[in-house]
Design a binder for this molecule. Structure first.
Ligand code: AKG
Length: 270
């Protein structure tokens, strides 16, 4: 499937006042499918600034980073000492890395949309995502079907992940795949493995997987998805690293559960 082309709710490229009817339409699509894609939503100077800082931090693996070898997903190096063991999977704590990340995460046009999707004022969680996802050729791993909320602890599971493509994302470099509507799916016992990945061979997974769609993105496209949406991604068989900036947002009436990892790094009020 081709990714849906949702129209920007802003009347012009510089406006920060969204059209209420367009915003309502986006929110309806989001609640139905679990995601929306806004083409070319991030201006080129923003993408260029984010990419420049990302590449400079990647060059020396400025901490904190997550290595592919730490997760051991399919295709990852077995250990940090193995060939490709220094391959970075994420530049973590993006918000603290540079003003360009803070500006993007708090961009008023972006947060106006998140607010419409959550139905209340959003906050940025610094505990989850808050990163640049990097998928490298050769050692970038495959990510199985999962919901982001599998390892997040909030009093309500309603969060929105905002994923900005800094380059083309397609079948050649590990495009994101989603199962539209799966944010509402009620699972059967035993349908998830101990790490809460969907067991594809489970009979109840088949109807879900039949609806899977690839979300091809271009530089500047922004995917907003419900953090309960099942998604997965393949490996990168191109010869260039894929870079995507990801932040997650929760509503003012929500909060991380005390004492959990979700409460560890605080949040940003917008
Ligand atoms: O790019 C990928 O492999 C998917 C990443 C992802 O969905 C995640 O880390 O939650």
């Amino acid at each position: 499937m081709t990714a849906p082309l949702d129209a920007s709710p802003f009347p012009s490229a510089t406006s920060t006042e969204p059209d209420p009817a367009a915003l309502k339409h986006l929110a309806e699509a989001f609640h139905k499918d679990g995601f929306i894609v806004l083409r070319g939503f991030a201006p080129e100077p923003t993408c260029a600034a984010l990419e420049a800082v990302t590449r400079s931090h990647l060059a020396t693996a400025v901490p904190p980073v997550e290595f592919e070898a730490d997760l051991g997903y399919p295709g990852a190096p077995a250990t940090r000492d193995a060939a490709g063991g220094g391959t970075v999977r994420r530049l973590r704590q993006a918000y603290g890395r540079d003003q360009v990340f803070r500006d993007w995460a708090a961009n008023p046009r972006l947060t106006a949309i998140v607010q419409a999707l959550l139905g209340e004022a959003p906050r940025i969680t610094l505990a989850h995502h808050n990163c640049v996802m990097t998928k490298h050729p050769h050692y970038g791993s495959q990510t199985g079907w999962h919901r982001d909320t599998r390892y997040w602890s909030f009093i309500s599971p309603e969060l929105v992940t905002v994923w900005l493509a800094l380059g083309d994302e397609d079948e050649s470099n590990g495009v994101l795949r989603v199962i539209p509507g799966s944010h509402k799916a009620v699972l059967e016992p035993g349908q998830l493995d101990p790490a809460e990945f969907l067991i594809e061979a489970h009979p109840a997974s088949q109807p879900l997987l039949e609806g899977a769609a690839s979300l091809a993105l271009h530089r500047g496209d922004v995917l907003f998805f419900d953090s309960r949406l099942f998604h997965a991604a393949g490996r990168n068989s191109s010869n260039a690293v894929k870079l995507s900036v990801a932040f997650a947002y929760f509503g003012a009436s929500n909060r991380p559960v005390d004492g959990t990892r979700s409460a560890e790094f605080g949040s940003v009020q917008l």
